[in-house]
Design a protein around this ligand. Structure first.
Ligand code: DMJ
Length: 664
């Protein structure tokens, strides 16, 4: 009561007693509370802006953005309790992205989102070659302030292809004028071809725009439930897998605005060292290192090279084994490595054998030998080891250097190891002869022991265990082999070439049959051969289509190398099937059963759909000069890497790029 003055008299038993005005007390109390709160607020805000991190900020926008980032990092629970989806417990939206159907809570977000959606709808309906503008991007640009101008992003619309003769073989010109300029077709192109190209380009925009709308910065999109896919191969972290994987496709299609926003996200937000979860060394290499290196080759923008090196550096501790063969998984924060539980002590052939292109090229563009040393060591082990029947089993123990179970496949667990032997030779401008020899020796054995022909004459690649065919089935994954054998046939004229091309044609035909024999005209995950069925899935887990690219990859390579119209026709059938069954309002979904007329979606838009599936379909309808096979080799995720000595965009480092402290 001290300090509160009486304002009128009260009487108790006729005696005046000092009284306190309740009214006056409340007003004074309020003033006091308000001024204490105000003072506290001012001091708190002031302190925030004097934190070291804020001191270095160049603008208020940066500061505000950092506060936003901190809140976002703390997780959505800080602001609201995590909502639980009925069928996806624990999978909740990030701050600023509202789950479809729940947006009524925040009218600003709803408004932003409706405007963006209206814009996308409008873009989708218009002539697809026009570039979309995104002035409003809920949870992305609207809340983050102006982004920094790109260091060296593309400025001009595509006008011509980069011609080898136009550039100095020494590497990029200092003014950046030797960026790759992607042109899909010449001015006098057939209108039908042009319309097909435009269709595929519009598909890319639909996939990208919806990812941007509902899952920006997360790894993948759930296109039916319209939110982030948190259990993707890279988990729930903010690695932007769809951005990094899809970026070179945007570039090749001339989608420059989208490319720029992806590039800026990578520059500002992609930081592998902040990821505290286990990543696959293989997947991270083919999608992230490969994707970033392609963008570097295409643009010369050094942010891509430097980010690629950061990613590879984060993977290097996984190679610290007695043999140098890497473990399968690594946590970039803790640097702890381990194997998949289901593989016991073993590493997987297709994983450790599919790093060579990316790591070798990274050494050349950074001038640091550390990356090449890692993959050379793997090669040495595999070259020297005893090989059962000239083939390579799928499992190998990195501690002992001994094979695990003798299961051999050109599908899952084996596939891209063989692909990379051929492509390491191609990427080195045919200098890596060891790789080509290993490829030819293994392929002769594979064709002798694994190539089978069904009763009606369909060729397929079966799997072996201890030298015997164990299952008369072929994985969708193996459908890349048509393209691989065709590349092998046309790049080395020898006694094997004719056989390789024959096998290439037959395998591509079989893969097309697996598509054609389904109700959706999309191919199953695996298909079997018996007297009763041919090129059809039997088990329910084989009947899915998860937006895979391998069959279209073979159509593309076969078209480029043979010019037989059927490959383009088959690709167009696939485009129509994707549009009919996989396209939903929120992007593209995989299917749970390709044999249903109206199949259910699996609600996942895989990042490789943007990196590979749409890129290969686009290239199928483009002119040969777009990413010419004479100058580029595609990594197993369809990221083009330049051929050394042949492609002036190789961008060999003249001096090593400085090494950071955290390098291994
Ligand atoms: C992609 O990530 C790569 O093509 C990989 O080599 C195999 N699987 C997927 C696509 O199906």
């Amino acid at each position: 009561m001290t300090g509160i003055l009486p304002t009128y008299q009260r009487f108790v038993n006729g005696v005046p007693v000092p009284s306190i005005s309740r009214r006056s007390f409340r007003i004074r109390e309020k003033y006091l509370i308000v001024s204490v709160l105000l003072t506290f607020g001012i001091v708190w805000l002031g302190a925030l802006f004097y934190l070291p991190e804020f001191k270095s900020s160049s603008s208020v926008n940066d500061s505000v953005y950092n506060v936003y980032k901190r809140i976002q990092k703390a997780g959505p629970e800080l602001l609201m309790p995590p909502p639980l989806a009925q069928n996806d417990v624990g999978d909740f939206p990030v701050v600023g992205i509202v789950r479809h159907g729940e947006e009524g809570d925040d009218p600003h977000i709803v408004e932003d989102r409706n405007r963006l959606k209206a814009k996308i709808d409008e873009d989708m309906g218009m002539k697809v070659l026009e570039r979309p503008q995104f002035d409003v991007a809920p949870s992305v640009s609207s809340s983050r302030g102006p982004s920094k101008p790109p260091v060296d992003a593309i400025e001009e619309p595509a006008v011509r292809n980069f011609a080898a003769k136009d550039a100095s073989p020494a590497g990029p010109k200092p003014d950046g004028s030797n960026r790759y300029v992607a042109v899909a077709i010449g001015p006098n192109a057939d209108p039908d071809q042009k319309q097909k190209l435009e269709t595929v380009k519009e598909m890319m925009r639909h996939a990208w725009n919806n990812y941007k709308l509902y899952a920006w910065g997360k790894n993948e999109l759930k296109p039916i439930s319209k939110r982030a896919h948190l259990s993707s191969v890279f988990g729930s972290g903010e690695m932007g897998a769809t951005i990094v994987d899809g970026l070179d496709t945007l570039y090749v299609m001339g989608l420059t605005d989208e490319f720029r926003e992806g590039r800026d996200w990578i520059a500002e937000h992609f930081n592998i060292n902040e990821i505290d979860s286990e990543l696959s060394v293989f997947e991270t290499t083919i999608r992230f290192v490969g994707g970033l290196l392609s963008c570097y080759a295409l643009t010369g923008d050094t942010i891509f090279r430097d980010k690629a090196a950061e990613v590879a550096d984060a993977l290097l501790p996984a190679f610290e084994t007695p043999t140098g063969l890497p473990y399968a998984l690594i946590n970039p924060s803790t640097k702890a490595s381990r194997q998949y539980h289901w593989a016991g002590p073993n590493s997987i052939l297709s994983e450790l054998g599919t790093l060579h292109l990316e790591f070798s090229y990274l050494s050349d563009v950074t001038g640091r030998e550390v990356y090449r040393n890692k993959v050379d060591k793997i090669r040495e082990v595999l070259y020297n080891i005893e090989k059962p029947g000239d083939l390579y089993p799928n499992f190998i123990n990195p501690r002992t250097g001994q094979w695990g179970q003798r299961h051999i496949s050109l599908g899952a667990l084996g596939d891209s190891f063989y692909e990379y032997l051929l492509k390491a030779w191609l990427a080195s401008n045919r200098g890596d002869e060891q790789a080509r020899t290993m490829f030819d020796t293994a392929m002769q054995a594979a064709l002798d022991k694994m190539l089978r022909v069904s009763p009606s004459g369909l060729a397929y690649l079966a799997e072996l265990k201890y030298g015997r065919v164990i299952e008369e089935k072929m994985d969708h994954l193996s459908c890349f082999a048509g393209g691989m054998f065709a590349l092998a046939a046309t790049t080395l004229e020898n006694s094997l070439s004719e056989r390789y091309m024959d096998v290439a044609r037959k395998l591509t035909h079989t893969c097309h049959e697996s598509y054609f024999r389904s109700e959706t005209k999309l191919g199953p995950e695996a298909f079997r051969f018996s007297n009763a069925v041919e090129a059809r899935a039997q088990k329910s887990n084989e009947k899915v289509y998860i937006l895979r690219p391998e069959t279209f990859e073979s159509y593309f390579i076969m078209w480029r190398l043979t010019k037989e119209q059927k490959y383009r026709d088959w690709g167009w059938e696939a485009v129509q099937a994707l549009e009919k069954h996989c396209r939903v309002e929120g992007g593209y979904t995989g299917l749970t059963n390709v044999y249903h007329q109206n199949p259910q979606g699996d609600d996942v838009q895989q990042s490789y759909f943007l990196a590979e599936t749409l890129k290969y379909l686009y290239l199928l309808f483009s002119d040969d000069s777009l990413l010419s096979l004479d100058e580029w080799v595609f990594n197993t995720e369809a990221h083009p890497l330049p051929i050394k000595g042949k492609n002036p965009l190789y961008r060999m480092a003249s001096t090593p790029v400085p090494i950071e402290d955290n390098r291994v």
